[in-house]
Write a protein that binds this ligand. Sequence first.
Ligand code: PLP
Length: 398
Amino acid sequence: MFKESEKEFSFETELLKQGAYIRELAANPETAPIYLTTAFNVEDLDDLQARYDVKGFCYNRNRNPNRSTLIELMTYLEKGENSIICSSGMAAISTAVLSIVKQGDHILSDQTLYGETIDIFSKVLSGYGVDVTYVDFTDLDQVKAAVKENTKILYTETVSNPMITVVDIDAVADIAHANDAVLIVDNTFMTPVAFRPIEHGADLTVNSLTKFANGHSDAVCGALTGRADLIQKAYNLQVLLGTSADAFTSWLVQRGMRTMSLRVEKQMSNAAKLAKALEESPYVLKVNHPSLESHPQHELAKNLFKDTYGGMLSFVLPDNKEKINKFMRKLNLAHYAMTLGGYRTTISHPVMSSHYDIPEEERLKMGITYGLLRISVGIENADDLVEDFLQALEAFAE
Ligand SMILES: *Cc1c(COP(=O)(O)O)cnc(C)c1O
């Protein structure tokens, strides 16, 4: 414990010293305060050693109480052994991957990842001599055939963006472990409320807490959770790279996450209702949501997600820019936004955003047509939401 000096100094020195510490017992506030401090005072070298021994607080890039409480929460939710909290989902992904691979190693990845994750693999890691192969992870034969001797990581998302296909995590984990590789699963779209990849064999799971977890579209943050030995390596690298989240963001995200199960459950049930209504609309060509029997992995999703199919869906309209624009302008509730997972329903147009740089031929192979719209479903009243989409779809009647 740090002891204060009782000696009284001059006015200007006391200006720095007075009121520096909380004297009363302040250990159990109803909600955690924000620890906006870069460092913690240490009494002597024994105190310093004691802090090292118990992983106590010294410097903010290494540890901060707001990150520590969020680590405890995330580790519980994803059923891992430990976690790190990062400045963004991308920071969690890059820290994880860089802590595992070295020059000459190979990563086997699903072909439809979040765009920037593909950029980390293809534009950054390739420059460091790390090789990446992309295959369709919904086809296990393709995955098996693409594993190499030097494959260190199998990487996938629980459900893909924007086609919302579902990967058999247990089967992919078996393939990874038969080759002594690590399976990393990005669980951002499902969240641990609906699905926990570690319970299905994943070694590490990534969450962009920016999205459904925080849910309020006001903070960028990420988490990596999983096996203790892998998290220790990722933590050691995080301290060097400085990818840790700051105290205020960690506090804000933890506050948002307290209502996560209420929000995400409503979002998922709204998504299933909206998917059904859109599928029945004469103006909609196709709807992609795992709750629908028409979805290619509906049975797998039923087994994995137990009747909770996620808050993300996409649907196909005719490739008619004028009418799509009119439809977008007619929507009262869902607004266009370059993010997802917030409490309000948002839409995005993959061809003009996440898949803007992908050559037409390649994106058509993935099923991404000009008329494809992606929806992140919010917590509005389900009937309000469905009615609003249906009235806006009348743009295609004329
Ligand atoms: C947004 C997102 C990320 C990246 O998260 P940031 O917090 O924006 O860095 C990674 N994966 C998925 C699936 C995402 O949706």
